[in-house]
Ligand binder design. Structure first.
Ligand SMILES: *[C@@H]1O[C@H](CO)[C@@H](O)[C@H](O)[C@H]1NC(C)=O
Ligand SMILES: *[C@@H]1O[C@H](CO)[C@@H](O)[C@H](O)[C@H]1NC(C)=O
Length: 544
Protein backbone atom coordinates (compact mmCIF):
# COMPACT_ATOMS: atom_id res chain seq x y z
CA UNK A 1 0.00 0.00 0.00
CA UNK A 2 2.72 2.42 1.07
CA UNK A 3 4.96 1.36 -1.84
CA UNK A 4 2.24 1.98 -4.37
CA UNK A 5 1.60 5.42 -2.98
CA UNK A 6 5.32 6.14 -3.22
CA UNK A 7 5.48 5.00 -6.81
CA UNK A 8 2.55 7.14 -7.82
CA UNK A 9 4.20 10.17 -6.34
CA UNK A 10 7.42 9.53 -8.24
CA UNK A 11 5.44 9.26 -11.41
CA UNK A 12 3.61 12.48 -10.65
CA UNK A 13 6.89 14.23 -9.90
CA UNK A 14 8.48 13.00 -13.11
CA UNK A 15 5.37 14.16 -14.92
CA UNK A 16 6.00 17.62 -13.58
CA UNK A 17 9.29 17.59 -15.45
CA UNK A 18 7.40 16.69 -18.59
CA UNK A 19 5.33 19.83 -18.00
CA UNK A 20 2.06 18.07 -17.25
CA UNK A 21 0.69 20.46 -14.67
CA UNK A 22 -1.42 19.25 -11.81
CA UNK A 23 -2.65 20.75 -8.56
CA UNK A 24 -1.12 20.12 -5.16
CA UNK A 25 2.43 20.50 -3.88
CA UNK A 26 5.17 19.60 -6.35
CA UNK A 27 7.28 18.02 -3.61
CA UNK A 28 5.36 16.72 -0.57
CA UNK A 29 7.38 16.55 2.65
CA UNK A 30 8.60 13.18 3.90
CA UNK A 31 7.62 12.08 7.41
CA UNK A 32 10.18 11.49 10.15
CA UNK A 33 13.24 11.51 7.87
CA UNK A 34 16.53 12.77 9.29
CA UNK A 35 18.43 15.70 7.81
CA UNK A 36 21.39 15.37 7.32
CA UNK A 37 21.08 11.70 6.46
CA UNK A 38 22.64 9.45 9.12
CA UNK A 39 25.57 7.16 8.34
CA UNK A 40 23.57 4.06 9.27
CA UNK A 41 19.82 3.93 9.69
CA UNK A 42 17.93 0.69 9.94
CA UNK A 43 14.16 1.06 9.96
CA UNK A 44 13.12 -2.06 11.78
CA UNK A 45 9.50 -2.71 10.80
CA UNK A 46 6.18 -0.90 10.57
CA UNK A 47 5.83 -0.63 14.34
CA UNK A 48 5.42 2.83 15.81
CA UNK A 49 4.89 4.61 19.09
CA UNK A 50 2.89 7.75 19.80
CA UNK A 51 4.29 10.42 22.04
CA UNK A 52 2.00 12.00 24.56
CA UNK A 53 3.29 15.57 24.64
CA UNK A 54 2.02 16.42 28.10
CA UNK A 55 3.77 13.44 29.68
CA UNK A 56 6.82 13.14 27.48
CA UNK A 57 10.23 13.57 29.08
CA UNK A 58 13.83 12.46 28.73
CA UNK A 59 15.23 10.13 31.33
CA UNK A 60 18.99 10.58 31.79
CA UNK A 61 20.54 7.25 32.85
CA UNK A 62 24.22 8.20 32.44
CA UNK A 63 26.33 11.19 33.40
CA UNK A 64 24.68 14.54 33.82
CA UNK A 65 25.63 18.23 33.81
CA UNK A 66 23.89 21.53 33.08
CA UNK A 67 24.74 21.36 29.39
CA UNK A 68 22.82 18.09 29.22
CA UNK A 69 19.81 19.08 31.31
CA UNK A 70 19.42 22.32 29.39
CA UNK A 71 19.58 20.43 26.10
CA UNK A 72 16.94 17.96 27.32
CA UNK A 73 14.72 20.87 28.24
CA UNK A 74 15.22 22.55 24.85
CA UNK A 75 14.42 19.38 22.95
CA UNK A 76 11.44 18.49 25.13
CA UNK A 77 9.97 21.90 24.26
CA UNK A 78 10.80 21.51 20.56
CA UNK A 79 8.99 18.19 20.56
CA UNK A 80 5.98 19.25 22.59
CA UNK A 81 5.43 22.57 20.85
CA UNK A 82 5.99 20.90 17.53
CA UNK A 83 4.06 23.40 15.51
CA UNK A 84 4.15 27.13 16.07
CA UNK A 85 2.22 27.72 12.88
CA UNK A 86 -0.84 25.72 13.84
CA UNK A 87 -1.40 26.32 17.53
CA UNK A 88 -4.21 23.88 17.98
CA UNK A 89 -1.86 20.98 17.19
CA UNK A 90 -0.59 21.03 20.74
CA UNK A 91 -4.08 20.75 22.14
CA UNK A 92 -5.27 18.24 19.58
CA UNK A 93 -2.29 16.02 20.23
CA UNK A 94 -3.30 15.73 23.86
CA UNK A 95 -6.17 13.56 22.73
CA UNK A 96 -4.24 11.25 20.42
CA UNK A 97 -5.96 7.87 20.07
CA UNK A 98 -4.19 5.06 18.20
CA UNK A 99 -6.24 2.10 19.51
CA UNK A 100 -7.23 0.56 16.19
CA UNK A 101 -3.83 0.27 14.49
CA UNK A 102 -2.11 -3.13 14.61
CA UNK A 103 1.37 -1.59 14.26
CA UNK A 104 0.84 0.61 17.29
CA UNK A 105 3.34 -0.31 20.01
CA UNK A 106 2.12 1.99 22.74
CA UNK A 107 2.28 5.55 24.04
CA UNK A 108 5.83 6.70 24.66
CA UNK A 109 6.22 8.84 27.74
CA UNK A 110 9.99 8.77 28.13
CA UNK A 111 13.23 8.07 26.32
CA UNK A 112 16.52 7.15 28.00
CA UNK A 113 19.53 9.39 27.49
CA UNK A 114 22.76 7.56 28.22
CA UNK A 115 25.91 9.69 28.33
CA UNK A 116 28.71 7.27 29.17
CA UNK A 117 31.63 9.71 29.10
CA UNK A 118 32.20 12.80 31.22
CA UNK A 119 29.74 15.67 31.17
CA UNK A 120 31.67 18.86 31.72
CA UNK A 121 30.12 22.33 31.58
CA UNK A 122 33.50 23.98 31.10
CA UNK A 123 34.57 22.04 28.04
CA UNK A 124 34.32 23.78 24.69
CA UNK A 125 33.73 21.88 21.48
CA UNK A 126 36.91 21.58 19.45
CA UNK A 127 38.16 20.30 16.13
CA UNK A 128 38.83 16.94 17.82
CA UNK A 129 35.39 16.56 19.39
CA UNK A 130 33.59 13.25 18.94
CA UNK A 131 29.98 13.44 17.75
CA UNK A 132 29.15 9.76 17.32
CA UNK A 133 25.87 8.56 18.81
CA UNK A 134 23.23 5.83 18.69
CA UNK A 135 19.45 6.28 18.69
CA UNK A 136 17.51 3.07 19.24
CA UNK A 137 13.74 3.00 19.19
CA UNK A 138 12.56 -0.60 19.41
CA UNK A 139 9.63 -2.30 21.09
CA UNK A 140 11.86 -2.95 24.12
CA UNK A 141 14.41 -0.08 24.20
CA UNK A 142 14.05 3.62 23.51
CA UNK A 143 17.42 5.20 24.06
CA UNK A 144 19.84 7.88 22.87
CA UNK A 145 23.47 6.93 23.70
CA UNK A 146 26.88 8.47 23.24
CA UNK A 147 30.31 8.64 24.86
CA UNK A 148 30.27 12.44 24.61
CA UNK A 149 27.92 15.31 25.30
CA UNK A 150 28.45 16.39 21.68
CA UNK A 151 27.19 13.03 20.47
CA UNK A 152 24.18 13.27 22.78
CA UNK A 153 23.34 16.71 21.33
CA UNK A 154 23.43 15.28 17.80
CA UNK A 155 21.37 12.29 18.93
CA UNK A 156 18.72 14.53 20.50
CA UNK A 157 18.40 16.43 17.24
CA UNK A 158 18.01 13.17 15.36
CA UNK A 159 15.47 11.85 17.83
CA UNK A 160 13.41 15.04 17.57
CA UNK A 161 13.40 14.72 13.78
CA UNK A 162 12.07 11.16 13.90
CA UNK A 163 8.81 12.42 15.33
CA UNK A 164 6.17 13.39 12.83
CA UNK A 165 2.54 14.45 13.00
CA UNK A 166 -0.27 12.36 11.62
CA UNK A 167 -2.23 14.03 8.82
CA UNK A 168 -5.00 15.17 11.15
CA UNK A 169 -2.37 16.55 13.60
CA UNK A 170 -3.78 14.42 16.39
CA UNK A 171 -0.77 12.20 17.09
CA UNK A 172 3.01 12.56 17.29
CA UNK A 173 4.37 9.31 15.91
CA UNK A 174 7.80 7.75 15.87
CA UNK A 175 8.66 4.59 13.96
CA UNK A 176 10.97 1.84 15.23
CA UNK A 177 14.50 2.40 14.05
CA UNK A 178 18.14 1.89 14.92
CA UNK A 179 20.54 4.67 14.01
CA UNK A 180 24.31 4.70 14.37
CA UNK A 181 25.68 8.01 13.24
CA UNK A 182 28.80 10.18 13.10
CA UNK A 183 29.98 12.96 10.78
CA UNK A 184 31.96 12.48 7.59
CA UNK A 185 33.92 15.72 8.21
CA UNK A 186 34.99 17.30 11.49
CA UNK A 187 34.69 20.87 10.19
CA UNK A 188 31.16 21.76 9.02
CA UNK A 189 30.92 25.50 8.92
CA UNK A 190 28.68 28.44 8.22
CA UNK A 191 30.36 31.79 7.62
CA UNK A 192 28.53 34.98 8.55
CA UNK A 193 29.83 38.38 7.50
CA UNK A 194 28.87 40.99 10.11
CA UNK A 195 30.77 43.89 8.54
CA UNK A 196 28.93 44.70 5.32
CA UNK A 197 25.72 44.77 7.27
CA UNK A 198 25.48 44.75 11.02
CA UNK A 199 23.56 41.63 12.04
CA UNK A 200 21.71 42.23 15.34
CA UNK A 201 22.69 39.98 18.21
CA UNK A 202 19.51 37.92 18.52
CA UNK A 203 19.75 37.04 14.83
CA UNK A 204 23.26 35.69 15.32
CA UNK A 205 22.07 33.50 18.18
CA UNK A 206 19.13 32.23 16.16
CA UNK A 207 21.42 31.41 13.25
CA UNK A 208 23.56 29.34 15.62
CA UNK A 209 20.51 27.59 17.03
CA UNK A 210 19.40 26.73 13.50
CA UNK A 211 22.88 25.41 12.72
CA UNK A 212 22.31 22.84 15.46
CA UNK A 213 19.11 21.69 13.68
CA UNK A 214 21.36 20.88 10.73
CA UNK A 215 24.33 19.45 12.68
CA UNK A 216 26.65 22.21 11.47
CA UNK A 217 29.39 22.71 14.05
CA UNK A 218 31.53 25.75 13.20
CA UNK A 219 30.22 29.31 13.27
CA UNK A 220 32.82 31.17 11.20
CA UNK A 221 32.43 34.78 12.29
CA UNK A 222 33.81 37.11 9.63
CA UNK A 223 33.49 39.91 12.10
CA UNK A 224 35.27 42.84 10.41
CA UNK A 225 35.90 44.01 6.84
CA UNK A 226 36.32 47.19 4.77
CA UNK A 227 32.94 48.61 5.70
CA UNK A 228 32.75 48.35 9.46
CA UNK A 229 34.57 47.19 12.57
CA UNK A 230 31.82 46.20 15.01
CA UNK A 231 34.02 44.22 17.44
CA UNK A 232 34.66 46.19 20.66
CA UNK A 233 38.33 45.81 21.53
CA UNK A 234 39.35 46.43 25.13
CA UNK A 235 42.90 47.29 24.07
CA UNK A 236 41.80 49.51 21.17
CA UNK A 237 38.31 50.93 21.84
CA UNK A 238 38.74 53.49 19.04
CA UNK A 239 38.49 50.69 16.50
CA UNK A 240 34.74 50.27 17.01
CA UNK A 241 34.12 53.82 18.26
CA UNK A 242 35.27 55.09 14.89
CA UNK A 243 34.99 52.01 12.70
CA UNK A 244 31.54 50.58 13.52
CA UNK A 245 28.46 51.78 11.62
CA UNK A 246 27.31 53.14 14.98
CA UNK A 247 29.55 53.33 18.07
CA UNK A 248 26.99 52.06 20.57
CA UNK A 249 24.13 50.51 18.59
CA UNK A 250 25.99 48.48 16.00
CA UNK A 251 28.73 46.80 17.95
CA UNK A 252 29.55 43.45 19.51
CA UNK A 253 30.87 43.92 23.04
CA UNK A 254 33.03 41.28 24.67
CA UNK A 255 30.11 40.24 26.86
CA UNK A 256 28.19 39.43 23.72
CA UNK A 257 31.13 37.54 22.22
CA UNK A 258 31.14 35.44 25.42
CA UNK A 259 27.40 34.96 25.17
CA UNK A 260 27.72 33.76 21.57
CA UNK A 261 30.41 31.28 22.55
CA UNK A 262 28.45 29.97 25.52
CA UNK A 263 25.28 29.69 23.44
CA UNK A 264 27.22 27.87 20.73
CA UNK A 265 29.02 25.62 23.24
CA UNK A 266 25.70 24.40 24.60
CA UNK A 267 24.82 23.32 21.08
CA UNK A 268 28.17 21.71 20.30
CA UNK A 269 29.19 24.52 17.94
CA UNK A 270 32.62 26.14 17.72
CA UNK A 271 33.07 29.86 17.15
CA UNK A 272 35.85 30.57 14.69
CA UNK A 273 36.82 34.25 14.66
CA UNK A 274 38.13 35.86 11.51
CA UNK A 275 39.91 39.22 11.65
CA UNK A 276 40.80 39.48 7.98
CA UNK A 277 44.09 41.31 7.19
CA UNK A 278 46.08 42.87 5.53
CA UNK A 279 43.41 43.65 2.88
CA UNK A 280 39.72 44.20 3.63
CA UNK A 281 40.66 46.61 6.41
CA UNK A 282 39.51 50.11 5.33
CA UNK A 283 37.33 50.44 8.43
CA UNK A 284 40.37 49.65 10.60
CA UNK A 285 41.98 52.89 9.42
CA UNK A 286 39.28 55.00 11.08
CA UNK A 287 40.29 53.88 14.57
CA UNK A 288 44.00 53.61 13.80
CA UNK A 289 45.03 56.23 11.20
CA UNK A 290 48.66 55.01 11.03
CA UNK A 291 47.76 51.46 10.15
CA UNK A 292 46.92 51.54 6.45
CA UNK A 293 49.12 52.27 3.45
CA UNK A 294 48.79 55.74 1.87
CA UNK A 295 48.12 55.29 -1.83
CA UNK A 296 49.78 57.73 -4.21
CA UNK A 297 47.62 58.52 -7.24
CA UNK A 298 45.77 55.21 -7.38
CA UNK A 299 42.34 55.76 -8.96
CA UNK A 300 39.58 55.48 -6.37
CA UNK A 301 41.95 54.39 -3.61
CA UNK A 302 43.17 56.69 -0.87
CA UNK A 303 44.18 53.91 1.49
CA UNK A 304 45.33 50.42 0.77
CA UNK A 305 46.08 47.30 2.81
CA UNK A 306 47.73 47.41 6.23
CA UNK A 307 51.20 48.94 5.95
CA UNK A 308 53.58 46.01 6.42
CA UNK A 309 56.82 47.99 6.79
CA UNK A 310 56.02 49.89 9.98
CA UNK A 311 56.99 48.53 13.38
CA UNK A 312 53.88 50.14 14.86
CA UNK A 313 51.77 47.90 12.61
CA UNK A 314 53.08 44.84 14.41
CA UNK A 315 52.83 46.42 17.85
CA UNK A 316 49.15 46.93 17.09
CA UNK A 317 48.32 43.69 15.32
CA UNK A 318 50.17 41.49 17.84
CA UNK A 319 48.38 43.13 20.74
CA UNK A 320 45.04 42.77 18.97
CA UNK A 321 45.64 39.04 18.41
CA UNK A 322 46.69 38.63 22.04
CA UNK A 323 43.28 40.01 22.95
CA UNK A 324 41.60 37.76 20.37
CA UNK A 325 43.37 34.78 21.92
CA UNK A 326 42.04 35.69 25.35
CA UNK A 327 38.48 36.41 24.18
CA UNK A 328 37.83 33.57 21.71
CA UNK A 329 38.06 30.02 23.02
CA UNK A 330 38.68 28.04 19.87
CA UNK A 331 42.16 26.71 19.12
CA UNK A 332 41.87 27.93 15.53
CA UNK A 333 41.79 31.49 14.25
CA UNK A 334 41.14 32.64 10.68
CA UNK A 335 43.69 35.22 9.53
CA UNK A 336 41.99 36.05 6.23
CA UNK A 337 44.60 37.18 3.72
CA UNK A 338 42.34 37.25 0.64
CA UNK A 339 42.23 39.73 -2.22
CA UNK A 340 45.26 41.81 -1.22
CA UNK A 341 45.46 44.58 -3.83
CA UNK A 342 49.11 45.38 -4.58
CA UNK A 343 48.43 48.64 -6.48
CA UNK A 344 48.57 50.78 -3.35
CA UNK A 345 51.77 49.18 -2.05
CA UNK A 346 53.26 49.68 -5.54
CA UNK A 347 52.37 53.38 -5.50
CA UNK A 348 53.96 54.14 -2.14
CA UNK A 349 57.59 55.38 -2.33
CA UNK A 350 58.44 54.54 1.29
CA UNK A 351 57.31 50.98 0.80
CA UNK A 352 59.35 50.64 -2.39
CA UNK A 353 62.42 52.07 -0.68
CA UNK A 354 62.02 49.69 2.25
CA UNK A 355 61.61 46.76 -0.13
CA UNK A 356 64.82 47.74 -1.96
CA UNK A 357 66.67 47.88 1.36
CA UNK A 358 65.33 44.44 2.25
CA UNK A 359 66.22 42.68 -1.01
CA UNK A 360 62.65 42.35 -2.22
CA UNK A 361 62.52 45.13 -4.79
CA UNK A 362 59.35 44.83 -6.90
CA UNK A 363 58.33 41.55 -5.24
CA UNK A 364 55.00 42.37 -3.60
CA UNK A 365 54.26 38.72 -2.86
CA UNK A 366 57.43 38.75 -0.77
CA UNK A 367 56.07 41.80 1.03
CA UNK A 368 52.78 39.99 1.67
CA UNK A 369 54.82 37.00 2.91
CA UNK A 370 56.77 39.26 5.23
CA UNK A 371 53.52 40.42 6.84
CA UNK A 372 51.67 37.13 7.01
CA UNK A 373 54.68 35.16 8.24
CA UNK A 374 55.21 37.57 11.11
CA UNK A 375 51.50 37.29 11.93
CA UNK A 376 51.41 33.50 11.70
CA UNK A 377 54.53 33.19 13.88
CA UNK A 378 53.00 35.43 16.48
CA UNK A 379 49.65 33.68 16.46
CA UNK A 380 51.50 30.36 16.66
CA UNK A 381 53.45 31.60 19.71
CA UNK A 382 50.06 32.33 21.32
CA UNK A 383 49.09 28.69 20.83
CA UNK A 384 46.58 29.27 18.03
CA UNK A 385 46.32 27.32 14.77
CA UNK A 386 46.00 29.48 11.66
CA UNK A 387 43.57 29.28 8.77
CA UNK A 388 44.13 31.50 5.71
CA UNK A 389 42.20 32.15 2.50
CA UNK A 390 43.64 30.43 -0.56
CA UNK A 391 45.48 33.39 -2.13
CA UNK A 392 48.00 33.33 0.68
CA UNK A 393 48.96 29.87 -0.58
CA UNK A 394 48.52 30.40 -4.33
CA UNK A 395 50.56 33.63 -4.24
CA UNK A 396 53.43 31.53 -3.01
CA UNK A 397 53.66 32.87 0.53
CA UNK A 398 55.84 30.54 2.61
CA UNK A 399 53.56 28.79 5.11
CA UNK A 400 54.09 26.25 7.86
CA UNK A 401 52.61 22.87 6.84
CA UNK A 402 50.08 23.00 9.62
CA UNK A 403 48.44 26.18 8.25
CA UNK A 404 44.94 25.35 7.04
CA UNK A 405 44.15 26.74 3.58
CA UNK A 406 40.54 27.79 3.00
CA UNK A 407 39.75 27.32 -0.70
CA UNK A 408 37.03 29.71 -1.87
CA UNK A 409 37.57 30.84 -5.47
CA UNK A 410 35.06 29.13 -7.71
CA UNK A 411 36.94 29.13 -11.05
CA UNK A 412 38.80 25.89 -10.51
CA UNK A 413 38.64 24.74 -6.89
CA UNK A 414 39.60 21.16 -7.77
CA UNK A 415 43.03 22.23 -9.03
CA UNK A 416 43.54 24.42 -5.97
CA UNK A 417 42.53 21.56 -3.64
CA UNK A 418 44.98 19.30 -5.43
CA UNK A 419 47.83 21.80 -5.08
CA UNK A 420 47.08 22.71 -1.48
CA UNK A 421 46.97 19.08 -0.36
CA UNK A 422 50.01 18.16 -2.47
CA UNK A 423 51.88 20.74 -0.43
CA UNK A 424 50.64 18.94 2.69
CA UNK A 425 48.27 21.60 4.00
CA UNK A 426 44.98 20.71 5.64
CA UNK A 427 42.13 22.38 3.77
CA UNK A 428 38.56 23.61 4.12
CA UNK A 429 36.51 24.15 0.99
CA UNK A 430 33.91 26.92 0.58
CA UNK A 431 33.86 27.56 -3.20
CA UNK A 432 30.69 25.58 -3.91
CA UNK A 433 28.49 26.98 -1.16
CA UNK A 434 28.32 30.74 -1.64
CA UNK A 435 24.86 31.54 -0.35
CA UNK A 436 24.98 35.11 -1.70
CA UNK A 437 24.95 33.76 -5.26
CA UNK A 438 21.31 33.28 -6.14
CA UNK A 439 19.49 31.38 -8.80
CA UNK A 440 15.77 30.94 -8.48
CA UNK A 441 13.97 27.61 -8.36
CA UNK A 442 15.76 24.79 -6.61
CA UNK A 443 19.28 26.19 -6.70
CA UNK A 444 20.07 23.76 -3.88
CA UNK A 445 20.82 21.06 -6.43
CA UNK A 446 24.26 22.43 -7.32
CA UNK A 447 25.03 22.76 -3.60
CA UNK A 448 23.99 19.15 -3.12
CA UNK A 449 26.06 17.73 -5.93
CA UNK A 450 29.35 19.37 -4.95
CA UNK A 451 31.73 17.22 -2.92
CA UNK A 452 34.69 18.41 -0.81
CA UNK A 453 36.83 15.42 -1.75
CA UNK A 454 36.06 15.49 -5.45
CA UNK A 455 39.48 16.33 -6.87
CA UNK A 456 42.43 14.50 -8.31
CA UNK A 457 44.59 13.35 -5.39
CA UNK A 458 45.80 10.42 -3.27
CA UNK A 459 43.92 9.08 -0.26
CA UNK A 460 46.39 10.92 1.92
CA UNK A 461 45.55 14.17 0.13
CA UNK A 462 41.82 13.51 0.53
CA UNK A 463 42.33 13.01 4.26
CA UNK A 464 43.69 16.56 4.47
CA UNK A 465 40.19 17.85 3.67
CA UNK A 466 38.90 18.83 7.10
CA UNK A 467 35.49 19.78 5.76
CA UNK A 468 33.61 22.62 4.18
CA UNK A 469 31.75 25.82 4.81
CA UNK A 470 28.72 27.59 3.43
CA UNK A 471 29.34 31.34 3.25
CA UNK A 472 26.84 34.12 3.91
CA UNK A 473 28.56 37.26 2.65
CA UNK A 474 26.35 40.16 3.56
CA UNK A 475 26.68 42.79 0.80
CA UNK A 476 22.92 42.61 0.24
CA UNK A 477 21.87 40.72 3.35
CA UNK A 478 20.78 42.08 6.72
CA UNK A 479 18.54 40.82 9.48
CA UNK A 480 15.47 41.07 7.24
CA UNK A 481 16.56 38.57 4.60
CA UNK A 482 19.24 36.59 6.43
CA UNK A 483 17.21 33.53 7.41
CA UNK A 484 15.50 32.73 4.11
CA UNK A 485 18.75 33.24 2.25
CA UNK A 486 20.66 30.86 4.51
CA UNK A 487 18.01 28.18 5.12
CA UNK A 488 17.49 25.61 3.79
CA UNK A 489 20.31 26.21 1.30
CA UNK A 490 22.97 25.82 4.01
CA UNK A 491 21.14 22.68 5.17
CA UNK A 492 22.03 21.17 1.80
CA UNK A 493 25.73 21.86 2.38
CA UNK A 494 25.29 20.44 5.89
CA UNK A 495 24.16 17.10 4.48
CA UNK A 496 27.14 17.02 2.13
CA UNK A 497 29.47 17.65 5.11
CA UNK A 498 27.87 15.12 7.46
CA UNK A 499 26.48 12.23 5.44
CA UNK A 500 28.40 9.35 3.84
CA UNK A 501 30.09 10.19 0.53
CA UNK A 502 27.85 7.73 -1.32
CA UNK A 503 24.71 9.64 -0.30
CA UNK A 504 23.29 9.89 -3.80
CA UNK A 505 24.29 12.85 -5.85
CA UNK A 506 20.80 13.90 -6.77
CA UNK A 507 21.26 14.61 -10.45
CA UNK A 508 21.87 10.92 -11.07
CA UNK A 509 18.28 9.83 -11.26
CA UNK A 510 14.86 11.28 -10.74
CA UNK A 511 13.80 8.80 -8.07
CA UNK A 512 16.72 9.82 -5.89
CA UNK A 513 16.14 13.46 -6.63
CA UNK A 514 12.56 13.09 -5.52
CA UNK A 515 13.55 11.39 -2.25
CA UNK A 516 16.11 14.06 -1.43
CA UNK A 517 13.74 16.86 -2.39
CA UNK A 518 11.00 15.51 -0.15
CA UNK A 519 13.43 15.09 2.77
CA UNK A 520 14.62 18.64 2.22
CA UNK A 521 11.02 19.78 2.13
CA UNK A 522 10.46 18.11 5.50
CA UNK A 523 13.58 19.74 6.95
CA UNK A 524 12.36 23.12 5.66
CA UNK A 525 8.90 22.63 7.18
CA UNK A 526 10.55 21.46 10.41
CA UNK A 527 12.58 24.67 10.58
CA UNK A 528 9.41 26.69 9.83
CA UNK A 529 7.59 24.94 12.67
CA UNK A 530 10.47 25.86 14.97
CA UNK A 531 10.10 29.51 13.97
CA UNK A 532 12.84 29.76 11.34
CA UNK A 533 12.00 31.64 8.13
CA UNK A 534 13.48 28.98 5.84
CA UNK A 535 12.37 29.51 2.24
CA UNK A 536 10.68 26.87 0.06
CA UNK A 537 13.48 24.89 -1.60
CA UNK A 538 12.01 23.24 -4.67
CA UNK A 539 8.85 24.86 -5.93
CA UNK A 540 5.12 24.87 -5.11
CA UNK A 541 4.71 23.22 -1.71
CA UNK A 542 2.91 23.32 1.60
CA UNK A 543 4.11 22.98 5.19
CA UNK A 544 1.99 21.92 8.16
C1 LIG B 1 21.05 -0.34 19.31
O1 LIG B 1 20.43 -1.32 18.53
C2 LIG B 1 21.31 -2.12 17.78
C3 LIG B 1 20.49 -2.99 16.85
O2 LIG B 1 19.39 -3.56 17.52
C4 LIG B 1 22.18 -2.92 18.75
O3 LIG B 1 23.10 -3.70 18.04
C5 LIG B 1 22.93 -1.95 19.63
O4 LIG B 1 23.67 -2.64 20.62
C6 LIG B 1 22.00 -0.97 20.33
N1 LIG B 1 22.80 0.03 20.96
C7 LIG B 1 22.49 0.62 22.10
C8 LIG B 1 23.48 1.60 22.63
O5 LIG B 1 21.46 0.40 22.69
C1 LIG C 1 61.88 48.53 13.67
O1 LIG C 1 62.25 47.30 14.25
C2 LIG C 1 63.50 46.82 13.77
C3 LIG C 1 63.69 45.43 14.31
O2 LIG C 1 63.37 45.36 15.68
C4 LIG C 1 64.59 47.79 14.14
O3 LIG C 1 65.84 47.35 13.62
C5 LIG C 1 64.28 49.17 13.55
O4 LIG C 1 65.21 50.13 13.97
C6 LIG C 1 62.87 49.62 13.96
N1 LIG C 1 62.53 50.82 13.22
C7 LIG C 1 62.09 51.92 13.79
C8 LIG C 1 61.77 53.07 12.88
O5 LIG C 1 61.94 52.01 15.01
Amino acid sequence: MFKLFFLLLIISFCSAFDFIFQPGPLVPASKGEIWPKPQHENKLDDGFFSLLPTFFHFNPIGNICNTLTEALDRYRKLIIFNNRRIKEVYYKARSCYEGGDQNFLGYLTSVEVELTGACNDEEYPSFEMKEEYVVNVTSTVQRISSDTIWGILRGLETFSQLIYLTDDYSCHRIGTTSIHDYPRFAHRGLLLDTSRHYIPKEHILKLIETMSYNKLNVFHWHITDDYSFPYVSKAFPQMSNKGAFHPTLMIYEQDFVSEVQEYARKRGIRVLAEFDTPGHTLSWGLGNPDLLTDCHNVPQLKWGPINPIKNTTYDFIFKLFEEIKSVFKDEYTHLGGDEVDFSCWKSNPEINQWMAEHQMEGDYVALQSHYIQKLINHVDSLGLNSIVWEEVFTNGVQLPKSTVVNVWISDDPKTTLKQVTEAGHPTIISSYWYLDILKTGGDWLKFYNADPQDFDGTDEQKRLVLGGEACMWSEVVDEYNLEPRVWPRASVAAERFWSPPDTPKSAQNLGELWTIASRLQEQTCRMNRRGVAAQPPSGPSVCF
